[in-house]
Design a protein around this ligand. Structure first.
Ligand code: MOS
Length: 738
């Protein structure tokens, strides 16, 4: 297994278990440690360069122009006044209409002759380019557009009856097993309830931004994107050039949460303008434009039916969901995605249908599906437990499946019940009182629980690792660090396997000139890109052993030295001119042989004011089992972020669409209410020890999103426990509680 030569590629397709992880040798003892992120000092001192911050000569500034009708045709766009302004270079209207998000399964629009048909209010229809951002913005205001307005579809309720089944995708939109109607009729206990959640925005701190530079027919785009390898393909397609003419650089990304999985309009606009003008063009979206013209999480209407025997065994699980998207867009918020495997039950009906609306494109936002789907499932489980008069955790215990209840395959690892039990103990669950009975002055107190589950995915990913003549290792992949800690964990993996101090591993990310990585999304980033680094380092160990003249197994790498045969040689001496290897991981049969998912349990305590209806989250605990934890600190931060998202999802976040034209009314951080520090109490996170040998050589599973899955549901359940009032229309604002 260790016979690699210089520059070899070590490929692994996960077709069988990988029981022996090099990370378990524990020689360096750096993997898993709660180390500070290596990019932290650069970020806090302003030395980490984000897309909009690259300083190039002769940059022109682009400002995007949005449609001000919800549907219709552009008859004429008058840019004469704008073009006449001093400092304005050009107004470009024939840029690719980019409403589709190929990462979500759609097709990239080909370059067009400009936007003729407006798809939604706020769609980008032009870019003004000027000598400064301010001039461009000012000029944009002078553009007048003559529209032939058309009738649009702006009301979810008015059109919900016309919902369509999406075309089959990676996640099948409909699943039917047995007879839910009959099982419901026969059930000893049943709930049939409908939960609704609104459109939401990822609201990443860094707005979408692109700086485009053409040189000799090739484009370099400094962008804020999660998945440079696939973003490069999309951008090339949108521009009608071959992918080898496009390079994306995304060394630092200030959050994405799904909104930067695929490219957004500013990249296409900047690239076209830069080519036309033959100079670099920077296009930075204003906050309102991010809200108006990137992607939103779809609103959902979720009918949840649960039927159980007198003993509390589920016999029926119905999760029928309606979501929204633009006509022609097949992406749907997969709200039922973890309902497929979370609980046992023979009769199952899980459906997703799309209501066609002329609202902004719906796409991925953190834990697409589960983040809002578990509000309904976990709310209904709470309702069923209440109806049966049993403890909600006990209800979950009684419905713990032995295998995937639909695919009839084993779980690779599953610690849902241990997470619930551990959390119950840590949180003081036994002190929970009957609903509406814990009044302290003007406040009603309550606690709630919800399960967390998120599928584990492996994506094809490659990385090159080299060791230079000084004995320092360099990791190169176009994987990104979107604030998650990738720089740090990839360094930890290489340091552990190569026996180097962490500071001797230099990680280079976010440049498509490097081997194509998994990108950051779907909680697959760390384990996919980490596995490719692992494989490259495994190959390097083979090369090192060869140079040392020993078997790999007889060699120890530690503190930058190679130890074997009673010899201890500095790695720098042994590598000579240097060594390099590429690692490449690909998903294989294990994905289909085992149901792979990360699990957790959320606990929340709330206080609800009896006079005002105000809800304060008092404390939260999340217990997670996600395979090997690569860095306890960055992992914990991911979960804290997810739980904070859960607070927003439960209590405040809601995009409001104007019923007259679909316009997003609250399109900034002043009006779209994210939880601020005062809304977020002490949050606790615990990880259970777990290794998943079916998932990848790291034995780690996805972690980025499991922290939000179920978090809002736990808060909703806590509010019920406090008040005895069950509100199913999220967010749970005070007006609904009074
Ligand atoms: Mo995530 S919503 O797949 O970035």
């Amino acid at each position: 297994m260790f016979g690699f030569g210089k520059g070899d590629t070590n490929s692994l397709t996960m077709n069988k278990a990988h029981p022996d992880s090099l990370l378990d040798r524990g020689v360096q003892d750096v993997i898993g440690k709660p180390l500070d992120r290596v990019d932290g000092p650069k970020k806090v001192s302003g030395k980490a360069t984000y897309a909009a911050e690259y300083a190039l000569d002769n940059v022109a500034y682009g400002y995007l122009v949005r449609a001000t009708v919800g549907a219709g045709k552009i008859r004429h766009l008058d840019a004469d006044g704008a073009k006449a302004m001093p400092g304005v270079i050009d107004v470009i209207t024939d840029y690719a209409s980019f409403i589709r998000n190929p990462q979500q399964g759609g097709e990239t629009s080909a370059p067009t002759q400009g936007v003729e048909d407006v798809a939604y209010h706020g769609e980008i229809i032009a870019i003004v380019v000027a000598e400064s951002y301010e001039i461009a913005r000012d000029a944009a205001l002078r553009i007048t557009v003559d529209y032939a307005p058309a009738e649009g579809r702006y009301s979810f309720l008015a059109h919900r009856e016309e919902a369509e089944k999406p075309s089959a995708q990676q996640i099948p939109p409909h699943h039917k097993q047995g007879d839910v109607d009959k099982a419901m009729a026969d059930a000893a206990f049943a709930v049939d309830v409908t939960y609704t959640t609104p459109s939401q925005n990822s609201a990443a701190m860094e707005p979408h931004a692109s700086l485009a530079v053409w040189e000799d027919g090739a484009l370099t785009l400094y962008g804020s994107y999660q998945m440079p390898s696939s973003d490069k393909q999309q951008l090339a397609k949108a521009l009608g050039v071959s992918a080898d003419k496009v390079r994306i650089v995304a060394a630092y990304v200030g959050g994405g949460f799904g909104s930067k999985l695929g490219i957004a309009p500013e990249s296409v606009a900047a690239a076209i303008a830069a080519k036309r003008l033959n100079r670099p063009v920077k296009a930075v979206m204003a906050r309102q434009q991010v809200f108006d013209a990137t992607v939103r999480r779809s609103n959902t209407e979720q009918r949840m039916r649960l039927g159980a025997t007198a003993e509390g065994k589920l016999t029926a699980i119905g999760h029928e969901t309606l979501v929204s998207n633009l006509p022609g867009e097949d992406y749907f918020e997969p709200a039922g995605v973890s309902t497929h495997f979370l609980y046992d039950g023979e009769n199952r009906l899980i459906t997703h249908d799309i209501v066609r609306l002329d609202w902004m494109l719906a796409g991925s936002m953190r834990a697409p599906g589960e983040a809002v789907g578990l509000i309904a499932l976990e709310g209904a489980m709470d309702e069923l437990a209440e109806k049966m008069g049993i403890d909600p955790i006990e209800l979950r215990r009684r419905n713990e499946p032995e295998q995937d209840p639909e695919k009839k395959i084993p779980y690779s690892s599953r610690a849902l019940i241990p997470c619930l039990e551990r959390g119950a103990e840590s949180f003081g669950w036994s002190r929970r009182k009957p609903a509406g009975t814990d009044r302290r002055g003007d406040w009603l107190y309550g606690i709630g629980v919800a399960s967390a589950a998120r599928s584990n995915q492996l994506l094809k990913s490659a990385a090159k690792v080299s060791i230079d003549g000084q004995g320092k290792a360099h990791v190169e992949t176009d994987m990104t660090d979107i604030g998650t800690g990738t720089y740090t964990i990839l360094g930890q993996i290489a340091a552990e396997i190569l026996g180097l101090p962490l500071e001797d591993v230099i990680v280079h990310l976010g440049d498509t000139d490097a081997p194509p990585g998994a990108g950051s999304g779907g909680s697959w980033g760390a384990s996919s890109s980490g596995s490719s680094v692992y494989l490259a380092c495994e190959a390097l160990r083979g090369q090192i052993a060869k140079a040392m003249g020993v078997d790999e197994g007889a060699m120890t790498l530690k503190d930058g030295r190679v130890i074997a045969d009673n010899r201890s040689v500095p790695l720098a001496e042994l590598v000579g001119e240097g060594m390099e290897a590429t690692g490449e991981i690909s998903p294989g049969k294990q994905e289909k042989t085992f149901n792979q998912a990360s699990y957790g349990a959320h606990f929340a305590e709330v206080a609800v004011n009896v006079v005002t209806g105000e809800v304060r989250v008092k404390r939260m605990l999340g217990v997670f089992a996600a395979g090997r934890i690569l860095n306890e600190k960055t992992a914990r931060s991911q979960c804290l972020g997810g739980m904070t998202f859960g607070i927003g999802c439960a209590l405040t976040e809601e995009l409001v669409h104007d019923p007259r034209n679909g316009k997003i009314v609250n399109r900034d951080l002043g009006e779209y209410h994210l939880p601020v520090n005062a809304d977020v109490p002490q949050l606790e996170v615990e990880f259970l020890y777990e290794r998943d040998i079916e998932a990848n050589p790291l034995h780690a599973k996805g972690l980025g999103e499991v922290g939000i899955c179920g978090a809002a549901g736990a808060i909703g359940n806590a509010i019920y426990n406090a008040t005895g009032v069950r509100v199913r229309d999220f967010p749970l604002t005070l007006d609904k509680l009074l």
